[in-house]
Design a protein around this ligand. Structure first.
Ligand code: CA2
Length: 153
């Protein structure tokens, strides 16, 4: 069976492409999902792409990822700046995690410049719009490949 990556999106990201294109771009979340699926196919990796406006649902999906997915990519949206619950969930599953933000959160309001989630992430990609998801996928595909090589050595 092929490896898969869970890609999680937090609150309001379902609105992408409808408003604030100057901040978040013109692509919809469906466009981003389609692109991730296509790139994932190229790596031989399945993509489970989800969005929720509810913190607890995101926490449940992270718990369910253990034993099911090889890695996580997460844009926690506004929960980045508030959620110890999402941080704890990510630490509890111990899967390689990359955090993505469409916008450069460090160039924005002070309250967006700290992310609780980053403590659980191997790396953080921000400011490159939807390309950030693809860069995160490349990083996770490399991580999965190197873990497999280590396991075979
Ligand atoms: O830059 C990012 O990806 C963010 O995670 C996006 C979050 C924001 O709270 C974070 O600080 C940074 C917000 C996503 C809201 O997306 C919308 C898209 C269109 C219209 C309204 C909201």
């Amino acid at each position: 069976m092929r490896d898969s990556i869970l890609i999680l999106n937090g609150p309001n990201l379902n609105l992408l492409g409808t408003r604030q294109p100057e901040v978040y771009g013109r692509e919809t979340l469906n466009d981003i999902e389609a692109h991730c699926t296509q790139v994932g196919d190229g790596f031989g990796i399945g993509i489970d792409f989800r969005q929720s406006n509810h913190e607890g649902e995101l926490v449940d999906w992270i718990h369910e990822a253990r034993g099911k997915h090889a890695a996580i990519i997460i844009n926690p949206g506004a929960y980045s700046h508030t959620s110890v619950a999402i941080l704890d969930a990510l630490l509890s599953v111990d899967l390689p995690t990359v955090e993505v933000h469409l916008s450069n959160i460090h160039k924005r309001e002070e309250f967006r410049q700290h992310s609780y989630v980053s403590r659980a992430a191997q790396g953080v990609i921000c400011g490159f719009g939807s390309l950030g998801y693809i860069l995160a996928l490349q990083a996770q595909a490399a991580e999965i490949k190197s873990k497999k090589q280590q396991a075979m050595a």
